[in-house]
Ligand binder design. Structure first.
Ligand code: SF4
Ligand code: FES
Length: 373
């Protein structure tokens, strides 16, 4: 058998052997955790993606064993392949963290900070990125780009004001659907996603554009404002779809027995999972027309491994972390500053919401008359 050669790369002081041709980003993802740079435009199942947003910049402190000189500029890790003996710095580099802060500031120049009313809140990559790398203020003092919301087809709404021009949806349209009807028009500050002559996107796989959009620019019109994503319960499910291109494996987002939305199954990087070596894209019939639990074979709770508000809503009894304050305070317990349950009078007093093995309902609240102001 031919020996498979691997090459060694060190990222944030952790070494790993990877196949030749692996990008720095994918090598870092093999290590996992914080070592993996954030990626707003790269999407492993979309050919040609990456290289647009610059959030994945890293420092190459040594190019290779053969030529250990550092690379003078930070490089986009999603578009740079590893070399044998390469040394990369991500979170261990102040230059990278500073540059990432600048990239977030640029991405937020035109992006509205409307998370409280945005349908993507709770599962938005830009929201996570700005929490991790953003600053609390902005230095931008000029008029921001704004656009009118546009329904592109019966299922998708485009809110161009939130778009970061990552091109992912264009690649989905190019690579998954028979006929591309939208793209990016104009250049620079004027660049915008558009359906040219306002033609509706109504091909079989267009719904996947919603899933790849890292922000709230493309949203599901059948789900918009129906529920906050952290109140829903994600369940893995499948059905035998008649469309041979559809993988039929989905995540159902339930509230009680009601299916609020259907999406692809995503991995810990927020990208579509692969089944039998193929990306698990789903057709619009599965996504928009099968909204009853009887349409599906339910497999069980979706495991959300990424640190996420959705993960907090799994309705499993919480495992509380070990309390350490008593140890460092010579055995004294922390003092409860305010017991919100007893002070607010909103909840039924004996009710601990963490212990409810289901979504809270209105009967759990307002058991007592509210104090009149
Ligand atoms: S609409 Fe979303 S997926 Fe498409 S380019 Fe804009 S941010 Fe990217
Ligand atoms: S993820 Fe690498 S440039 Fe966008």
């Amino acid at each position: 058998m031919e020996e498979i050669k691997t090459i060694k790369v060190t990222i944030d002081n952790i070494s790993i052997d990877v196949a030749p041709g692996t990008t720095i980003l994918n090598a870092a993802r093999l290590i996992g955790g914080e070592v993996a740079p954030p990626a707003m435009c790269y999407y492993s199942s979309l050919e040609g993606s990456g290289g647009k947003c610059r959030t994945c910049l890293v420092e190459v402190a040594a190019g290779s064993t053969a030529d250990p000189r550092p690379m003078p500029k930070l490089v986009a890790s999603c578009r740079t392949n590893v070399m044998d003996g390469m040394v990369v710095k991500n979170i261990t580099s102040d230059r990278v963290l500073d540059a990432r802060k600048g990239v977030v500031e640029f991405l937020l120049i035109n992006h509205p900070l409307d998370c409280p009313i945005c349908d993507q809140a709770g599962e938005c990559d830009l929201q996570d990125l700005s929490y991790d790398h953003g600053t609390e203020g902005t230095r931008y003092a000029f008029a921001r780009r704004t656009f009118v919301k546009e329904d592109i087809g019966p299922y998708i709404q485009l809110h161009m004001t939130r778009c970061i021009l990552c091109y992912r949806c264009v690649y989905v349209a190019n690579q998954l659907t028979n006929e591309r009807m939208h793209g990016i028009v104009d250049r620079g500050d004027h660049a915008a996603i558009s359906t040219y002559i306002s033609r509706a996107i109504d091909n079989d796989f267009s719904g996947n554009m919603i899933d790849v959009c890292p922000v709230g620019a493309l949203t599901d019109r059948t789900f918009r404002f129906k529920n906050r994503v952290w109140f829903t319960k994600p369940m893995d499910a499948h059905r035998d779809c008649e469309n041979p291109e559809c993988c039929g494996k989905v995540t159902l987002w339930l509230r009680g027995e009601e299916v609020f939305r259907v999406t692809t199954r995503n991995d810990q990087w927020g990208e579509v999972q692969r089944f039998d070596g193929k990306a698990g894209w789903i057709c619009n019939t599965c996504r928009f027309d099968k909204k009853e639990t009887k349409d599906w074979v339910i497999e069980g709770l979706t495991t959300i491994s990424r640190h996420s508000v959705i993960g907090a809503n799994k309705y499993k009894i919480l495992e509380m972390p070990k309390e350490t304050i008593a140890n460092v305070m010579h055995g004294r317990d922390p003092r409860l500053i305010m017991d919100i349950h007893s002070v607010s009078g909103v909840n039924e007093p004996g009710m601990d919401l963490s212990d409810i093995n289901r979504p809270a309902t209105s009967t759990d609240f307002e058991q007592h008359p509210q104090p009149k102001n």
